[in-house]
Design a protein around this ligand. Sequence first.
Ligand code: ZN
Length: 198
Amino acid sequence: MPYRANMWALRALGVRRIFAPCAVGSLTPQLGPGTVVVPDQLVDRTRGRADTYFDSGGIHVEFADPYCPTLRSAVTGLPGVVDGATMVVIQGPRFSTRAESQWFAAAGFQLVNMTGYPEAVLARELEMCYAAIALVTDLDAGVAVGDGVKAVDVYAEFQRHIEPFKKLVQEAIGELAGERSCTHCLTHQGIELPFELP
Ligand SMILES: [Zn+2]
């Protein structure tokens, strides 16, 4: 996935606020298939992905709270949406083993996904507001009874929920003010960047 090119292109087109819908596995039976969750934390378990635009210059963006609070609150105010979860982003493309899945759950993570990183940090480097909106499609291997996660079941579950999910994202967009007022995601004030942002 060309994450850096995608986020750069969005920024160059004038985009400043991003809702990032994604499919996730759940690491807890409390968040079953069909649940919509707005994560507030992420854990990066990917490897080797290009996750910065600053190949030189020692620029360290703040990332303690990886998602935009303004965008998050536009979604969490909608009915039925679960506010807050830690999403672990794994390298993929394979699903987790049972042991990995149980390890993530024991560590206190609730959701598992393959694409939420480095998108989130690249958005932050480009000073774009970014919030993930996660649709649970399955219980992960260590939580599910039976054979574990199968791609065909994930796609079927995704299909079943995709229309109401799209509607929810549209409603969230409707909750946003016309102009961006967020300062949380503007991290470069006073820092000299090695290049101009697009
Ligand atoms: Zn923001």
